[in-house]
Design a binder for this molecule. Structure first.
Ligand code: ADP
Ligand code: MG
Length: 227
């Protein structure tokens, strides 16, 4: 037992350090990107333009990794609040709409306006960005991502369903392992982080999936209806 406690203390320190690094690294990335873009626009050499394009793409990839990993987890210790789930998810949907549009998918959210969850706003957003991003990436044209939630036995249960490519049993058994990815530019870190964040909140995450049919994630978080 004491060993477990030590391990979780270590994880806490590491995740705070990582969050600070992510925060510090994001600004110089953005500044470099801005200058590269400026140079690209001014350049008249197609070869040079192409190189700068590649450099910009790689910087975007680095930013993506940070977003995937801990963009919303602030370096400061957590503030735990009672949050309106519907509002939090509206914000997440707004962030993901450009990606969904690009893929030709739709996001439908149906949540009671008085459903509350207890946790850190940044971390809750991170959880749903990671999950919904995977759903969007798994669907093609006519992609449909549905999210609904309700109160059950003093918890909030959230269902996230997509009609994407699905996962086979082997994949399903391994989801959450670091570096597990089926994407050429994936990190395989999103679900590992998501499981950790949900467990840290005292919640639970379960997946069910069928190849060619889609995937459903069921998330339990502390919370309930406004009383
Ligand atoms: P990444 O998105 O960078 O690949 P994740 O940790 O977010 O890493 O996801 C790990 C893997 O789990 C994905 O590459 C994919 O194979 C699988 N996966 C996760 N969510 C879904 C989903 N909704 N539909 C199909 N496969 C999924
Ligand atoms: Mg992912």
């Amino acid at each position: 037992y004491s060993q477990k406690l030590q391990l979780s203390e270590k994880t806490e320190v590491i995740s705070q350090l990582a969050a600070s690094v992510a925060h510090e690294v994001r600004n110089p990335l953005q500044v470099s990107r801005g200058f590269l873009q400026l140079m690209q626009e001014r350049s008249e050499d197609p070869k040079e333009q192409n190189y700068m394009n590649l450099a910009i793409e790689e910087l975007d990839r680095a930013s993506d990794i940070i977003t995937n990993y801990l963009s919303f987890a602030k370096p400061q210790p957590d503030t735990v609040e009672t949050l309106n789930l519907s509002e939090q998810l509206k914000h997440v949907k707004g962030m993901l709409l450009p990606l969904a549009d690009l893929q030709g998918g739709r996001i439908e959210i149906q949540i009671h306006p008085e459903l509350l969850v207890t946790g850190n706003a940044g971390k809750i957003k991170q959880i749903f960005v990671n999950l919904m991003k995977n759903s969007i990436e798994a669907t093609g044209e006519n992609g449909l991502i549905k999210l609904w939630a309700y109160e059950k036995k003093g918890s909030v249960i959230i269902h996230l369903e997509d009609n994407g490519e699905g996962m086979d049993e082997t994949m399903l058994a391994r989801i959450g392992e670091p570096y597990l990815t089926n994407k050429s530019k994936g990190t395989g870190l999103g679900m590992m982080v998501t499981f950790q964040l949900i467990e840290h909140m005292g919640g639970e995450l379960q997946f069910s999936s069928k190849i060619g049919i889609g995937t459903e994630a069921i998330i339990r978080l502390p919370g309930g209806l406004l009383k």
